[in-house]
Design a protein around this ligand. Structure first.
Ligand code: FES
Length: 166
């Protein structure tokens, strides 16, 4: 496991959460949720600490954390862009959008920019196929996206850093 990329995680911040659920059975999911609220994701040392505290096997803690889509095991950016690559969106140009993001921000789907500003995630059908291709930036749904518009919107949201002028 690569501890290097998860350096700087302060386990003390977890103590309140663990104390709150001390001795409660079946509290693993709420503990994971609160831990993710604290750290933004679930680093390996946090999962190990939760396992020790709850008495649940580390493998089971990992199993639960990877089973639920709400949990993230990798660090996420301060801004989250979701690109829909369901059939309708794919046909209407999601691959072009993904290429534009890579060209301008150096980030591929599933990755986070080195400065931690932006994470790009792929989702499959948001139920808005009539608006394809659809992207969601920090929870805001944007339909009929074109590459210039997407790059400009992301640049504006993320700030000047991390993108070239279009
Ligand atoms: S395929 Fe993208 S919203 Fe349905």
């Amino acid at each position: 496991m690569d501890m290097q990329s998860h350096a700087g995680v302060d386990l003390d911040l977890l103590e309140d959460v663990l104390a709150q659920y001390q001795g409660q059975r079946g509290a693993l999911i709420p503990i994971l949720q609160k831990a993710q609220d604290v750290y933004g994701y679930l680093p390996p040392q946090v999962l190990q600490r939760i396992a020790r505290s709850t008495g649940v096997a580390v493998s089971k803690v990992y199993g639960v954390a990877t089973f639920y889509a709400q949990f993230y095991l990798q660090k996420r950016g301060r801004h989250i862009l979701k690109l829909c690559d369901g059939t309708a969106c794919h046909v209407k140009g999601t691959p072009v959008l993904a290429t534009a993001l890579e060209d301008h921000f150096g980030v591929q789907p599933g990755q986070t920019t080195e400065d931690g500003a932006l994470t790009v995630e792929v989702v499959y059908c948001l139920g808005s196929c009539a608006l394809a291709p659809v992207a969601v930036l920090d929870g805001q749904v944007m339909g009929r996206m074109r590459q210039e518009m997407l790059v400009r919107t992301v640049q504006k949201q993320v700030g000047a850093a991390g993108g070239e002028e279009v």
